[in-house]
Design a protein around this ligand. Sequence first.
Ligand code: COA
Length: 332
Amino acid sequence: MAYAAFRSIGAYVPSKILSNEDLSKMVDTSDEWIFKRTGIKERRIAGKNEFTSEMAVCAAELAIKRSGINKNNIDMVVCATISPDYFCMPSTATIISTKLGLGNVTAFDISAACTGFVYILSIAKAFIESGMKKNILIIGAEKLSSITDYTDRGTCILFGDGAGAAMICATDNKEEAIIDIHTGADGTYADLLMTPNGGSGSMHDSLDQEAASCFMQMKGNETFKVAVRTLTKDVVEILETNNIDSSEIKYFIPHQANYRIIKAVGDALKLKKEQVVLTVQKYGNTSGASIPMAINDIYESGSLKSGDLMLLDAFGGGLTWGSALVPYSPLK
Ligand code: COA
């Protein structure tokens, strides 16, 4: 049987920084309020002509190079995004694979908001274990600034842009294998976080009304409470199912939405500070890109070593959630 190994990571962040001070000149807020309630100090914003696919390609090039896999052997590309280059079609994954010069590969996007990376990890694992594919490039990429309302202080302080990519490859060595992935969704909470724009559910009569509703809308306080509850339940379940104690986790890498949410889950699991990976202070919430960007941070700091066990945990619009137990398994 083939197993799926997490071989490599890469990420890209745009150079432009949007600080809390900058935001306090745009909406009625302050650095103190934002930092105290979210842990965020700044976030990155892509240039006007810097599309989601371009950030994704930069992240993917790094992940491919670090994997040691020849790009001609990549047979599938999956992109998790809620801010694609184009709504509906073509998919961002097809644009990415063409820009990377990958030739004839299976390529598609998925929409699971901030849980996107855990979802595409589970898709890659399933395709590899079934024997259908061998080397899969997965990417979480977001230009959330393109769907953020910069007059709404309840949302614009939270979100940023960026991309992260990973190579997931077939191996016959069970020691290298992704151990388990849990995913779930509950549409009864759909209205907590949504972009009520031009889909078939849109009730607008004019393009002006349509354009006004292209931005993300969120019931922040309710989302916060469900997030803490769901994320904690999720990680407790995946650890129990696999008979793994939280002390065996080298790095807990949660979706980076809010420091207070991350702290609540970390405390519930009795994790030590050095086990919890935090990037929310410098990148804000980058939705499907946040987990691979955080993994890349520990990789580039030199802290991520072969065999380190990572616990990923995500939560997002839909509502969706997911967790994964993933050893870092670079090619030896
Ligand atoms: N600056 C200053 N004041 C603000 C503000 C801002 N940016 N945003 C909201 N406020 C005000 C509110 O108007 C409210 O004022 P009031 O008491 O006079 O009515 C007060 O602060 C408290 O608002 P509330 O929404 O209850 O704050 P909160 O403690 O829940 O923090 C969030 C708001 C958005 C930071 C928090 O709810 C959150 O992070 N939620 C989860 C978001 C998330 O993770 N979303 C993505 C899921 S993947």
